[in-house]
Write a protein that binds this ligand. Structure first.
Ligand SMILES: Cc1cc2nc3c(=O)[nH]c(=O)nc-3n(C[C@H](O)[C@H](O)[C@H](O)COP(=O)(O)OP(=O)(O)OC[C@H]3O[C@@H](n4cnc5c(N)ncnc54)[C@H](O)[C@@H]3O)c2cc1C
Length: 550
């Protein structure tokens, strides 16, 4: 029987966490509908293979943006995981909670009960952190988090350079103090990618009250303004998975709004234009799309100590063999082992720029590696004011949605990005890098004036793959909200959305952590439990924030 108490669409970061928590006490049955297939094999499980799955139609939905008007009409890849574990199975495994003030801002925007004090206990519940700040981190949860070994001296050079430039250092950016330079955290455990499939789904499936149904969700079935199931297509057959209590959409910031619209929930005129009967006129569905953008600032290295030495088939085979046999070596890390969160200027009270440091000069998707030894920082502003939208291309559930980010559409974005490039040059120019620094590869020192930097940004900025916000959570009486603070879709009973699409605003860092937290907290709302008691821990805020950027 395709029937359960709770039917979740999507086994990704939020969906898997919900499946785990909703089934925990054994009282409820859960079906997770997932279109993607198995996550078995080294391309997913071996951390250093991270650039492969996002280029593979087997694991990725294959979406891309419409031509972006402010980026010279460029079409940008918008990867989303289509595999057990969703995007957590194809992501970069960087672990960041976000800044405390991000969540306070959510609460201010109408997501009551999602302030930092409220979400911190959920981050602690989900984490099994090794090496974090005492008292601030969870150590018993399903999500294993570690730091890399930082054996390459370039990682130390990066942190030291930040210090030399006068910036803060931090022992744990996921603890009390996000601001500063320090070790990056990874969702890797015993040398394997610690996706939500490994952390949450596999343990939940052992309980016997959770099932995965492999199929493509076409729409939510709604009768008399109440969700009663999900129409799926599996092996060329259309059938309905019935929900005795609730349907929960956790299909990602791209597919969740698409599914709502196909089910009649969205801007009425847009739905009618596609011949879809309107169930609930919610103009916020698909709107408020936001993302992080980043640039790679690449520098030649004068010593042969970078990953360039292993970018050849022979070394890759050796690394793969060691990983297959022992789960150790260069295959067992994502190589993002140092990071920084800094503020762009005086008057900004918490970090709005993120750095990922890599001891190699290579594109994230692995497509273009520099011809020589090099290192790079991925850098980008964290709170762009640009907003875009997801809309339907047609009422055919198989049609890809139209994705318009409107990247760089706000004038502040340009000044912010120029500053990011100049700041990275300042960091790489510190004496800590003297033993290693060669010529700048990219943008190259000839790219210097505002106009030259703008051209570089227009041609080379990339998505950091953090789209969110398209089913915004907010007050139930706010006409732009899609879900209320208990993740209930406004205007339809028995239906919730809980994933990265409900974020009111993008958080300061990568989004796997906050997406899992969303699933964790939503599960308590769905079960009608009293939320975990709020924390009274106060985050560190730089005492000089009003007068200095460091
Ligand atoms: C290439 C890449 C790199 C990233 N790197 C990092 C990183 O290093 N660190 C980090 O924190 N974050 C990173 N992110 C972002 C992070 O992984 C995502 O923001 C997060 O996983 C989103 O979680 P979610 O629950 O919203 O959706 P997802 O995890 O995407 O889950 C959605 C699930 O729903 C399924 N689904 C969708 N539609 C249907 C349908 N119609 N029928 C059936 N199933 C459906 C999908 O197949 C998928 O399994 C990265 C993302 C990508 C794509």
């Amino acid at each position: 029987m395709l029937e359960a108490d709770f039917v979740i669409i999507g086994s990704g970061s939020a969906g898997a966490a919900m499946a785990y928590r909703l089934s925990e006490d054994g009282k409820h049955s859960v079906i997770v509908i997932e279109y993607g297939g198995t996550d078995f094999g080294p391309l997913i499980q071996m951390p250093s293979a991270l650039s492969y799955p996002l280029n593979m139609s087997r694991y990725d939905w294959g979406y891309s943006s419409e031509p972006e008007p402010h980026l010279g009409g460029r079409v940008l890849a918008t990867p989303r995981g289509k595999v057990l574990g969703g995007s957590s199975s194809i992501n970069g495994m960087v672990y960041v909670r976000g800044h405390a003030h991000d969540f306070d801002h959510w609460a201010e925007q109408g997501a009551t009960g999602w302030g930092y004090a409220d979400v911190l206990p959920y981050f602690k519940r989900m984490e099994h952190a090794k090496g974090g700040e005492e008292g601030w981190r969870g150590t018993k949860g399903p999500l294993h988090i570690q730091r890399g070994r930082r054996k390459n001296p370039l990682y130390q050079a990066f942190v030291e350079a930040g210090k030399q430039a006068g910036f803060e250092t931090t022992e744990d950016y996921n603890g009390s103090k996000q601001e500063g330079f320090g070790a990056m955290e990874q969702t890797i455990h015993h040398g394997r990618r610690w996706s939500v499939a490994n952390a949450y789904l596999r343990p939940a499936l052992k309980r016997g009250n959770v099932r995965i149904v492999n199929g493509f969700a076409r729409r939510v079935v709604i009768e008399n303004q109440c969700a009663v199931g999900v129409e799926i297509e599996a092996r060329n057959k259309i059938q309905v998975v019935k929900a005795r209590r609730e349907v929960i959409v956790a299909a990602s910031s791209i597919n969740s709004p698409k599914l709502l619209m196909l089910s009649g929930i969205g801007p009425a005129a847009h739905l009618r234009a596609h011949g879809i009967d309107v169930v609930a006129d919610r103009r916020g569905v698909g709107q408020n799309l936001q993302d992080h953008m980043e640039l790679y600032i690449q520098q030649e290295a004068t010593q042969p100590i970078t990953l360039h030495s292993v970018f050849n088939p022979f070394c890759k085979a050796l690394i793969g063999a060691e990983w297959l046999l022992f789960k150790t070596g260069l295959g067992a890390t994502n190589h993002f082992e140092a990071a920084a969160f800094v503020r762009s200027k005086a008057g900004v009270d918490y970090p709005d720029i993120q750095f990922h440091f890599l001891p190699a000069a290579v594109r994230y998707d692995g497509k273009a590696a520099a011809k020589s030894h090099g290192f790079q920082a991925h850098v980008g502003p964290m709170r762009s004011k640009s907003r875009g939208a997801i809309t339907l291309r047609s009422n055919d559930p198989w049609a890809k949605p139209e994705i318009r980010f409107n990247y760089m559409s706000h004038p502040d974005d340009w000044a912010d990005f120029r500053h990011c490039i100049r700041l990275t040059r300042e960091i790489f120019g510190q004496s800590a890098f003297d033993p290693f620094r060669g010529q700048e590869i990219s943008p190259g020192k000839h790219v210097d004036t505002d106009e030259q930097l703008d051209t570089f940004i227009r041609e080379h900025s990339e998505s950091a793959y953090h789209p969110c916000g398209t089913c915004r959570m907010g007050r139930a009486d706010d006409p732009t909200s899609v879900v209320d603070p208990e993740c209930r879709v406004i205007g339809v009973d028995g239906l919730r959305v809980a994933d990265s699409s409900i974020f009111p605003r993008v958080t300061n860092g990568n989004l796997n952590g906050p997406s899992i937290m969303t699933g964790e907290k939503a599960a308590d709302h769905i079960l009608g439990r009293t939320p975990l008691a709020p924390s009274n821990q106060e985050p560190w805020i730089n005492p000089h924030w009003q007068v200095s950027d460091r």
